[in-house]
Structure formats: C-alpha cells, structure tokens
Design a protein around this ligand. Structure first.
Ligand code: MN
Length: 198
C-alpha cells in the first residue's frame, strides 16, 4: 500500500458569495468546485503508481511535462489565485513591496494598469503573473495555458487567471472589465506575505 496522501483541493478561504458581484457565487462554485477540483482529481489519477507519488505539487511542476504538468500547474495556480482574494482586503500595498512596485513600475497605480493591459492582451487561455526575478526586480510575465513562472526560475507573487472560465459567467467576453474589477478584493496583505517569504 502506498503511504502517500492524495492531494486535496483546498477550500476557498472565504464564502462562495463573499466576493459578489465582482466574482459571483456561481462563478466561484464552477471555478473552484469544478475546474480547480477537477485539476486536483486528475493530478491524483495521473500520479497513482508512479514515482511522482509523495512529491509536492511544486516538485511535480518542475519535473514534468505534457498532461501531468498541465494538471499539476493548474492545481498550483488556482490555489495561489483564490488565496490572494479577501472580502476584507488590505486595499493597498505597504512597506518593501510598495517601494519595489514604485521602483519597478513608477507607481502602484501604473503597476495595476500595466498588469491589466498585460492580462487583456494575452491571447487565448493563460495567466498574467507578478513575479520577482533573480535580481530582485519585479516584473510581469504572461504564461499560456497552465504556464507557471517557477519553471523560469521566477518567484510568483500574484496572478490573474484569464481563462474564460474565470470570468465568462459574470462578464461574458469582457475580460478587461473582469480583471479591472477583481482588484477590489485583492488582499495586498497576502501578496506582501509572499514577497517577504524568502
Ligand atoms: Mn481558472
């Protein structure tokens, strides 16, 4: 008998209706319970009886490709995405993160606008990421499909999911409106904690 524990989809850290109407209850029930949980279940199926059993999702991302990479990365990406929202968010960055955003983007407002443009301009399905590079500089990177910047040696700090399933129920084809609205519930406390966690 394998003694490893299967991955379990993490509960949302808030109620399904807590971010409405910016992100509706219906969107979160589909996005979390169907899409995200689906990736986790498929990941468990794929690793059963393989040398990947017992590895962390992060380790699997860095050592796999194809279908397994896609399921593992989508599991990782979604947990990271859902965790950064809160119905009572810290509404602005402070401290070292705020200083770094100003240093590398000109201002926090300019950073937000640039990330929104980046997300709006990503062709097809994917993720827009705020990352820290090896030199400590903050940057934005777009990744197609399940792409995760860990694979490029970059440290993810926050992300925008621009797959249609993330916004189509609430915003139909208006992806720019969706990502612009989501900032209302971005909890900068969470992003700062990630930035400081070295
Ligand atoms: Mn998604």
């Amino acid at each position: 008998m394998a003694d490893y524990t299967k991955f379990i989809a993490k509960d949302l850290p808030y109620a399904y209706d807590a971010l409405a109407p910016v992100m509706s209850e219906e969107t979160l029930r589909f996005h979390h319970d169907k899409h995200y949980a689906g990736y986790v279940n498929k990941l468990n199926e794929l690793i059963e009886g393989t040398p990947y059993e017992g590895k962390t999702v992060g380790e699997i991302i860095l050592s796999s490709e194809g279908t397994l990479f896609n399921q593992a990365a989508q599991a990782w990406n979604h947990e990271f995405f859902f965790d950064q929202f809160s119905p009572q968010p810290a509404s602005a960055p402070t401290g070292r993160l705020a200083e770094a955003l100003v240093r590398d983007f000109g201002s926090v407002e300019e950073f937000v606008q640039t990330m929104n443009r980046s997300a709006a301009g990503l062709f097809g399905s994917g993720w827009t990421w705020l990352v820290e590079d090896k030199e400590g500089k903050l940057a934005l990177v777009n990744e197609s499909n399940a792409g995760n910047p860990l694979c490029r040696g970059l440290r993810p700090l926050m992300c925008l999911d621009v797959w249609e399933h993330a916004y189509y129920i609430d915003y139909r084809n208006r992806r720019p409106d969706a990502v612009a609205a989501w900032w209302k519930f971005i909890d900068w406390k969470v992003v700062e904690k990630r930035y400081e966690a070295k």
